[in-house]
Each structure stands twice: as C-alpha cells, then as structure tokens.
Write a new protein. Sequence first.
Length: 531
Amino acid sequence: MFEPRGPADAALTGGRAGVREGEAVLARLEALVAAAGELRDLVAGCQQWRGGQRRAALAALDKLAGALAPVRGALLVAEQRSAGGVRAGDRDFVAARARATRTGLGETRRQVRQATTLDALPAVAAAVGAGRVPLAHLDALARVAESAGQEASARLADPGVQERLVRMAEQQSVREFTTAAARLVASFDPQGLEESAQAQRRERFLTLSHRPEGVFVRGRFDHVAAHVLRTALAAVGSAPDETRTKEQADADALIALAERAMTGMAGIRPRPTSPDGGLLPDPEQDRADARVTGTATRPTVSLLIPADTFAELHRAQAAATGEGAAFGLSGEDEPRECADRAATPSRRAVEPAALDDGTPVPMSQVARILCDSEIARIVLNAEGLPLDLGRSQRLYTGAQRRAVIVRDRACAWNGCDVPAAFCEVHHIRWWDRDLGNTSVDNGVLLCSHHHHVVHQHDLHITRLRRPPSPTILGTPTRYLFHHRTTHHVINAPPHWADPPTTDCADPPGAGDPAVEAAPTDRRGEPLLAAT
C-alpha cells in the first residue's frame, strides 16, 4: 500500500494565495456544473443525431471524466490528510465521506483508493487526465496497488514502471490489464505474493446453510483452488439453455461432481433400477459418464511457467535439499513432500508462473502443482508451445487447445473479453475449404458469437507481431479481421500499427473500414476498425 505523499495539511492550507486558488477552482467547478445542466437540455433530442455525432459526444464525455479524476483525487487526498469532515462517531475519513455523500462505504472506498493511487503515481495520473488510461483500468490498478507490499509499492512509483503501466492500459482490455498488473506486482515482490496466497488459504471456508426455502452455499477459496473448481464445473458439460440460466447450470454441475464422487459416475440423474435392485441401461447417463470419466478428454488445469522461473524453482529446491535432483517431472513424487521441499519460496525477482487466465501463482503452489499429474505444466519460451498434427485430425486436442489459450488468453476479437473457457478454436485457414492444418499456428480462440461472425461474413484473420515485452506472459497476441475479398479491416486492436507476421499481406484499405457492408455486433451496431 502506498504511503501518503507530500506535506501535511497544515502546510497545504493557509495563506491568501491558497484561499484565492481555492476560490478560483470553486468558480470553475460551478461553471462546469452549470454547463452540464445546459448539456442535459441539449441532448434531449440526441436520438435524431447522426450515429457518428453521438459516438463523438460519448468519447468527449469519457475524456472529460478522465480529466476530472485527478482533480477529485487531489481533493480527496488533501481532505483525508486533514481529517476534514470527520465528526464524532465516524470511524475514519471513509466513513465520514460515505455519510456526507450517502453513497455507501464501498463506493467511497473505491474513490479514495483511486485517489491514493493517482497521488502516488503522478505519471499514471497525467495519463488518466489525458484520456490515455480509462477509469476502469485505473480502478483495476488501484485494487492491485492496494494489496502491494512496501517493496512492490516502491517499484510501482518508478517513472519507468508507471509508463509501462500506461502502455499496458492503452493496449489491453481491463480484464487483461488486471491480471497483467497483478503479475507485474508479483514479480516485484515474490514474498508478498507468497504471503497473500497463504493468507487466502488460511481464510478458506465452505458452509451449507439450511433454511426453509432451501440450502444456501457460501464459501471462499484461494485463486488456484477456485480455478480448479471452475475447470471441473465446466468439464461436466452443463451449459445454460432455454430451460436454465448459467447459475442454474453451475449448480447442476456441482451436484453432478458430488454424485460422481459418490458413485463413480457423472451424476446427471439417478439410474433406473430393475425390480431385483440392478441398474437398468440409461443411454444419456452413459454418454455423461464418458464425458467425465475418461473416454472423453479429461479436464486439465494449465500452469504457465516462464523458463527462467522454472529454472529458479529447481535452483531453490536444490539449495533447500542439497541434492540438486529435479522433482515433479514424472508425476511419481508425493505432492505434499514436493511442496514441503519448496515451502520457502525464492526471493529472487522472476516473472511469476500463472494460471491460463493470467492469475499469478506463488512458488510454493507451483511446486505442489508440478507434483500433480492431473495438472499440466506448460514451460514457455518466447515462441510458446508448438504443436502440429497436420491434416490427420480435424478437432484440436486438449494440449493444442491449451497452447492456443496460452497465446490468445481470451476471444481474439478485439474488444471482446469472453474468457477462454467459453471460447472455441477456429481454423484460420478453414479445414474444409482451404485445407488448413489442425495446428496451434493455424488456430485462433473465438467466442461462439464471433466464431459465427467470422464464418457468416467470410472474414480472414491475420495474426500481428506481438509487441516487445520484458515478460513472457505479456500482452496477448492480437489479430486483424478483414473481408477476404475486399480486404477492408473490420476489427483491429487499439493503436494498430504493426505489420502482420503471417504470410497474408497487409490488406489493402487497412484503416479504411467498409461501414455499409460490415457485419454487426450483438447489438446490431456496425463492426468498425479500432482507431
């Protein structure tokens, strides 16, 4: 957590110059409020505007909100340091502010957290004010910074690191930025990541509360345990449809897992019994059993380990045991013993391992996971994991899918943040028409909606060169989506400038999107190239 910057309130206030400055700011803020009232009346007929005018107005409002964020932040920090507005009975400044604004403790904490981050990171504050960093990214950074230790906070205050965070925010969605910022903080303070993971594990719990209207389940898990649970729920195959919501499908999947644990079956429903007590055939149950118990691909949790981190783990283990023998490679070691041998994590600053959604994993959990044959490790070099089965197989294997997820992280459509667990692997060069290979290089991760868009509108996909990054788990690979015949770019990453790395030439008309013939998104809006 950041320490307060700057002089105490006594040095900030007082003096005629300060009073005049405060009066000038108040006058300008009152003018802004008055102008906002006029705008409210002017936009009453905005439905009749051209679409481009509405989008430009919304962009201007986004920029205005960003410009005002550092102003609010400076005022909040100064007021907090002076304990302004705190009355008898208020626990602290946050409680006093929540009482005065009637917005609640949660919203007030969010505002104060953002203000503290802007105060501690002036380069980030300038970028927020200039519209380079969206407010959602600021909120994500503030949450990560709030949990950072003293060493990591000092590193975050470095101007070079702040500029790196700004570039990340310009290139990444808020979901990607959140995990990338968490990994960056973890690389600065491995011990802090370890302590945070241990604290999460100490606070784990699961309760079933029986009430007249049903049983309520409540719990808390560490990130790795929760990732395992999500993977297992998804593997059951219970999907939302017209008869049940996603939450209901997840509830059914949890019961299916419990029934499988008790009976060795998938637990879709109880099997019918014969009069003599034997089990009768049930084709639907048989198919469900095949999905879960091994006939189909078994669910696997992937752990992404940079090569330097993998080597450091072995070095730390060898130093701890004095043997120098590798462990966790064959799956024959006892998991608890392996974890115990690496119980003291390395303090050397290396890029942390991560789950396939980018969540950083501390060294002690890496050691335990490497001993578990049910969890796949993927050791990464700069090129990733190459897998190619040629044209002998159309469907992607589990290992290939995991490799594609490592590279793409989520739906590759720029601006879509559907997680990898809900995406499909599309053949860039189509299997049937283009004789494309079932390979990692020819695969791209797409959600169901954008997979349909690509096929419906015959879009060609060009993989772009990954931007330089000091970390292996940096910005995900980006793609261009353009018409196969006209080459007009339909979807591109923000600030797109790099040429593609595939054998597809830079399409003519790049940056000149075809609006009239362009496909539409879920809301019916034209899909335009990002600028």
